[in-house]
Ligand binder design. Structure first.
Ligand code: RIB
Ligand code: CA
Length: 323
């Protein structure tokens, strides 16, 4: 059954790969993108989303700019990780189509309330837009079919502080609202994404296809790999967001546990830390399904095959014969 997806994102290098994976996957109908601050500003992320969609011939998909700032915390962007433009070394033409006028959180509310039970919400940035949408229209909690969130670090160390993952650290108050909303959440934390490392040889395989798409992936991930090497001594780059997108149609890539998860708002060294009550000490019911192990190379292979397919199809469509 085709999954109708609404994507909330801070594109961002791995966000862009998640967008391309959605476009390459016949199981998915990507029906709109709301952009949030995070890897780069919401304004820059909106331009990036439009440009990546046009790169893949998908400019029919609407893009909506969302929140520029976290709910309470000061702004925190990630130029050291994603570059000043948010797309690393990649250079894309300025988008021809403009974003929609409606605000991101209003777009999410309108879509979810227009078709209860129909939409899958995929959240791969800080959760500011989604938290605002819940506060504006609490009924979206029942209307959404399912929610996939990239965020958190359960047993794994943080990637932004020693205890916190970027999306939850940037807006922990928004994460707290969403995690306790009652939405049917599947969480993809660093515990599984840090096993999913795209290697230089994986990118070299993609470059065997001469395409603007493979060139984009190579230029964007080259910056991302330099960051992972310099800051975390990782050879390659962790592609968090594409794994989250893949789980919407290939859930068997991971194993899961239903568990109560909370977000630390105490404001100290553990601000934004996400922790799971595996031994049910709080007596609180599970509020989400957490991915705790992953068939990492099976996922990378799926991602590479879908990128190869997208690049080949894009070449055919852009050739003079279009055949
Ligand atoms: O911690 C990784 C997450 O933060 C990813 O979604 C990445 O794009 C950034 O948003
Ligand atoms: Ca992201």
């Amino acid at each position: 059954m085709l999954k109708r997806i609404l994507l909330d994102t801070d594109p961002g290098i791995d966000d862009s790969l998640a967008i391309l994976l959605a476009l390459a996957s016949h199981e998915i109908s990507l029906e709109g993108i709301s952009v949030v601050h995070g890897n780069c500003s919401a304004a820059q992320g909106t331009v990036n989303a439009l440009s990546v969609l046009e790169l893949a011939g998908a400019s029919h998909i609407p893009v909506y700019k969302g929140c520029d700032l976290p709910l309470v915390q000061p702004s925190l962007l990630a130029p050291e990780t994603h570059g000043d433009t948010g797309l690393g070394y990649a250079k894309l033409p300025a988008p021809l189509s403009p974003p929609k006028v409606q605000k991101g959180s209003d777009f999410l509310i309108e879509q979810l309330m227009s078709a209860p039970g129909e939409f899958t919400l995929v959240c791969i940035g800080p959760l500011t837009n989604v938290a605002l949408a819940i506060r504006q229209e609490p009924r979206i909690v029942e209307a959404v079919r399912e929610v996939f969130i990239m965020g958190g670090a359960i047993r794994h160390e943080g990637n932004t502080t020693p205890l916190a993952e970027f999306n939850t650290f940037v807006d922990p108050h928004a994460a707290h609202i969403v995690y306790h909303s009652g939405m049917p959440i599947t969480l993809t934390p660093l515990d599984v994404t840090y096993d999913c490392v795209l290697l230089k040889e994986d990118v070299e395989r993609l470059l065997k296809i001469d395409s603007p798409i493979t060139t984009f992936i190579a230029d964007a991930t080259r910056f991302y790999m330099e960051f992972h090497d310099e800051y975390q001594s990782i050879e390659g780059c962790v592609i968090n967001d594409p794994l989250t997108m893949a789980l919407t149609f290939a859930p068997d890539l991971c194993s899961y546990q239903e568990v109560y998860v909370d977000v630390d708002l105490s404001g100290g060294v553990s601000m934004g830390n996400t922790f799971a009550d595996f031994y049910r000490m709080t007596k609180k019911p599970a509020n989400m399904k957490v991915a705790l192990s992953v068939k990492a190379r099976d996922f990378i292979e799926l991602f590479l095959q879908r990128m190869e397919k997208l690049a080949r199809e894009s070449n055919v469509l852009s050739s003079p014969q279009g055949t």
